[in-house]
Write a protein that binds this ligand. Structure first.
Ligand SMILES: [Zn+2]
Length: 104
C-alpha cells in the first residue's frame, strides 16, 4: 500500500507553443492543459527532469539590459532636452531679429 501520493504521470500539453506540463496520477481522466485547456499527452513522470526548453532563465542579464536601455534613454532624453533648449534659443533670437526688423 502506498502511503505517499507520489506523482507518477506528467501530462504534457500537445500545443508546442504552450508546452505546459501538469503532474498527476495515471488514474486521472480527462486531464486538460490548465493553461490553454488543450489536450495533453500522459508520460511517465520523472523527478528532476528538465521540462520545456533547456535554456535556463537569465534574470541578471535582462535587468542589466533594462538598466542599459534606461541609461541610453536617459542620455537620449538629455540630448533631446539640449536640442530643444537650443531650438528655443534660436527661436527667441529669431523673434528678436523679427522685432528689430519690424521696428525699423
Ligand atoms: Zn497548453
Amino acid at each position: 500500500m502506498e502511503k505517499e501520493m507520489k506523482y507518477n504521470t506528467q501530462f504534457e500539453c500537445m500545443d508546442k507553443s504552450c508546452n505546459t506540463v501538469t503532474i498527476g496520477h495515471n488514474r486521472m481522466d480527462g486531464v486538460r492543459c490548465p493553461r490553454c485547456s488543450g489536450p495533453v499527452i500522459p508520460k511517465p513522470f520523472k523527478l528532476g527532469e528538465k521540462v520545456g526548453k533547456d535554456k535556463p532563465l537569465k534574470t541578471q542579464p535582462i535587468t542589466d539590459d533594462i538598466n542599459e536601455i534606461g541609461k541610453t534613454l536617459e542620455k537620449q532624453i538629455l540630448d533631446l532636452e539640449g536640442k530643444i533648449s537650443d531650438l528655443e534659443q534660436s527661436l527667441v533670437s529669431l523673434e528678436i531679429k523679427k522685432r528689430v526688423r519690424g521696428s525699423v
